[in-house]
Design a protein around this ligand. Sequence first.
Ligand code: FES
Ligand code: FES
Length: 157
Amino acid sequence: MNEKIHVKTKINDNDVEFLCEARQSLLEVLRDVLDMTGTKEGCNDGNCGACTVILDGQIVDSCLVLAVEVSGKTITTIEGIAGVDKLHPIQQAFLEQAALQCGICTPGFIVASKALLDREPNVSEGRIRHWLAGNLCRCTGYDKIVRAVMAAQENTK
Ligand code: FES
Ligand code: FES
């Protein structure tokens, strides 16, 4: 029998409590326990960035974080990016620049891009490409994604 562990955390400004097994990843708990399926599972081994969330201000691959590790920490997922009644400028720019196709990688790119623009409001194309190097997309060819982040930074200042 797998004993469940009680975890208290904060997700998208809400106090959240859940029960999980010691072996479960944060990605697994977000999707399968909390029904927050915006965070995507790609490789499940830390290579694609589809599962990116912000944990205490740092971007992490949630498939590599044990859910028990987030006790007392603060998490932002893709569900916490948009405003109450409108998209975040990065989300809007992804739509306007057609920076997505299948969309599996998109939440990870948007969360990672938000973390970048929050800390560096004036970024070069090279810096964006370097920052997003851990996020893989098999559809878009990356140019539209980078263009979207460039466009979004004008609206996030
Ligand atoms: S699913 Fe986590 S890095 Fe690919
Ligand atoms: S839009 Fe399909 S993997 Fe990026």
